[in-house]
Design a protein around this ligand. Structure first.
Ligand code: TRP
Length: 314
């Protein structure tokens, strides 16, 4: 079943049946690869005989992507590939699948992350290094937001690799940018797109598979919340909500709000007085700051958090 709807991204590693992930033979190596998105259901043979220029263009673009993914494996070409792929990530729905399923790519991205740990304390991160690791984070975000890789990403405990970044306090731009991008990855995890149970503009009646999908999304969401709570993301978010830039604050409170909206999350936060007090204090400090900054978007999140806290009977 899954084979029908998802492309086989690993096929770019195989050429004439030979497996050589490091081969860099120019575009000819990738030319028979089925495209990522537009025509991924076509067989390579069919595809080659098809003079349709759109399909050819898509195939060329896909080859470019596959080439860049291979470039991630070579330390000499990695930096450029990180930049290019992170720029293109929006255009390819299934980039997450390619990244996750390709040999050696996730380790390469994790290597990028841990290699900057020594620069965190004492703070020695330069703008250049920060940009580079943020491009790696952008690719992880892509994996975190794809419905087919989100759970795998979580099971591998990859978000934990970002916690040291969230734990930094330096106010310089490279650190701000690093925290914001890391928060973005966590934000992508909690941002589950729901299938509406009733959509007035849709003529299609809700079918069983929709209900199944909604249920499995709910289940995924519970696992995400459980993971975040058990790894103590809340104190990290609370500190960023007090001291971060406006943008970081917004993403941090978005994450806290998503946790609060979950039943387990609300129960967890209201479980002890200390937790409730910590969250309440940070929210009220934010309101005080908002008097000066007039950040309306932030205020909306604060109000939603307060409102949700009031759902707890105690
Ligand atoms: N270990 C702390 C606790 O479980 C973690 C924590 C600190 C916390 N501050 C918090 C959890 C605020 C929720 C809210 O209480």
């Amino acid at each position: 079943m899954a084979g029908l709807i998802s492309p086989k991204p690993v096929s770019y590693l195989q050429h004439n049946g030979q497996y050589n992930p490091y081969a860099r033979g120019g575009l000819s190596n990738y030319s028979v690869t089925p495209p990522l998105s537009s025509a991924s259901h076509q067989q390579p043979g069919q595809f080659m005989n098809n003079p349709n220029t759109n399909a050819n263009l898509a195939a060329q673009e896909d080859s470019k992507i596959y080439g860049l993914v291979i470039d991630l494996l070579d330390p000499n070409t990695r930096e450029g590939a990180l930049l290019e792929l992170s720029k293109k990530r929006e255009q390819y729905d299934d980039l997450a699948l390619v990244l996750w399923r390709s040999f050696g790519i996730m380790p390469a991205l994790l290597q990028e992350i841990v290699s900057v740990y020594p620069l965190l304390s004492p703070p020695k991160l330069t703008a250049h290094v920060s940009n580079r690791v943020c491009n790696a984070l952008a690719l992880l975000q892509c994996v975190a937001s794809h419905s087919e890789t989100r759970q795998l990403f979580l099971n591998a405990h990859i978000p934990l690799f970002l916690y040291p970044f969230l734990n930094t306090t330096s106010k310089t731009r490279p650190f701000e940018y690093l925290r914001l991008t890391s928060l973005g990855v966590i934000g992508a995890l909690v941002k589950v797109r729901r299938i509406p149970t009733f959509c007035p503009c849709s003529v299609r009646p809700m079918v069983d598979t929709d209900a199944d999908t909604a249920r499995s999304q709910q289940n995924d969401n519970n696992l995400v919340i459980h993971f975040l709570l058990s790894t103590e993301i809340i104190p990290l978010c609370l500190r960023i909500m007090e001291t971060g830039s406006e943008l970081s604050k917004t993403v941090a409170i978005f994450i806290v709000q998503k946790i609060l909206l979950d039943e387990t999350g609300l129960t967890y936060i209201c479980h002890t007085y200390e937790r409730f007090y910590a969250v309440g204090t940070v929210l009220s400090n934010m309101v005080n700051q908002l008097v000066e900054t007039q950040a309306v978007r932030l205020l909306k999140h604060v109000v939603r958090c307060y409102l949700r806290l009031s759902d707890n009977l105690r």
